[in-house]
Design a protein around this ligand. Structure first.
Ligand SMILES: [Zn+2]
Ligand SMILES: [Zn+2]
Length: 347
């Protein structure tokens, strides 16, 4: 079969590799759609981790089961599945509390070396993944690209569940990349008024199709003052930092109302993870600062249902599609910043 292999920084090679074979407790999935994620892009820029000669990326995956191990009873040949990357251990103290995304032994399909992901014609879903990973049957009528896109949506749904975005609140989304735009749609679906803040003109334009209530050009406007003006001096109920920029976290604390919630959704670069926050605003204002990373597997099911009901329309996000043989180009497009979501499909 053909596999798009990451061999070095920004180097993807299409290789002919042996077909995966289903072990007794696993299945083989034929890839039908696999999205390029922001985390894929960061890894692509750096190349495989030290000591790893190559990596097959891709974790926003949907496809059809084509081979089933003899011990597998829950899936059958022909099943249409959507897959997300997390495989928890089931034994650590977090897993025992049901906090699977915080598992200390978390392994990730298409990210952890040795667990080849979706940028290939076929993908091995091991027994481990079927037991402790995220593999769900797709609802009737859902397309494969929608199935792949469910992964991106899952973490956004989980973070709004955590911060309890609700009717009549003002939510500020810092950053209008694909994930920022998803926050706009989900916050609106939960009944909030949504303000987007973004420096890049192309991204501000892209965010317009999701009809936020206001768009702030942070290169021209003081975002803290503007949020204050839009909320009659009160401040935002919820601020979501959906970008990797520490300065926006500083501003988030300054624009939240008392008892407001701030969600640190985007990680900062590993080489400079520090942010400067006004601790007195947090203290006297009883602000609640929350991290958001990955999600409980149930949010992947909820994402599939949300997409099937068209509450979130995947086709508004999937701006580019490339065949597997052009996976290298798919990454170039995703890195250019012109795209929202780039999908890879079979040739
Ligand atoms: Zn992803
Ligand atoms: Zn665990």
């Amino acid at each position: 079969m053909k596999s798009a292999v990451l061999t070095g920084p920004r180097m993807i090679e299409l290789r002919e590799v042996p077909d995966p074979v289903a072990p007794a407790d696993g299945v083989v999935l034929e890839m039908r759609a696999c999205g390029v994620c922001g985390s894929d892009l960061r890894r692509w820029q750096e190349g495989p981790p030290a000591g790893t000669p190559y990596l097959v990326q891709g974790h926003e995956l949907a496809g059809v089961v084509v081979e089933v191990g003899r011990q597998v009873t829950q899936f059958h040949s022909g099943d249409r599945l959507a897959i997300a990357p997390d495989i928890h251990c089931g034994a650590c103290c977090y897993c025992r509390r049901g906090l699977f995304n915080l598992c200390t032994n978390l392994r990730l399909l298409g990210i952890t070396p040795g667990l080849d992901g979706g940028f290939a014609e076929r993908v091995l879903l091991t027994g481990d993944l079927l037991r402790n990973g995220i593999a769900h049957r797709m609802p009737e009528g859902l397309s494969f690209p929608e199935g792949g896109f469910a992964e991106t949506l899952s973490s956004v749904l989980a973070s709004h569940h955590q911060c309890q975005t609700s009717l009549g609140e003002t939510v500020v989304v810092m950053g209008a990349g694909p994930v920022g735009c998803l926050h706009v749609v989900v916050a609106k679906a939960r009944g909030a008024r949504v303000v987007v803040a973004e420096p890049k003109p192309i991204r501000r334009r892209a965010s317009e199709r999701f009809a936020p209530d206001a768009i702030i050009d942070v290169t021209q406007q003081d975002v803290v003052a503007e949020v204050s003006r839009l909320t009659a001096g009160l401040g935002a109920d919820v601020v979501i930092c959906a970008n990797p920029v520490a300065a926006t976290q500083t501003q988030a604390v300054e624009m939240a109302r008392r008892a407001g919630r701030i969600v640190l959704f985007g990680g900062l670069p590993k080489t400079s993870p520090m942010a400067s926050l006004n601790a007195n605003l947090i203290h006297y204002g009883e602000l609640r600062l929350m991290g958001a990373f990955s999600y409980h597997p149930s949010f992947h099911e909820e994402a599939l249902r949300t997409l099937a009901r068209k509450v979130v329309k995947a086709e508004q996000f999937i701006t580019h599609t490339r065949p597997l043989s052009q996976a290298a180009e798919a990454f170039q497009i995703a890195a250019s910043g012109d795209a929202l979501k780039v999908m890879v499909e079979p040739d």
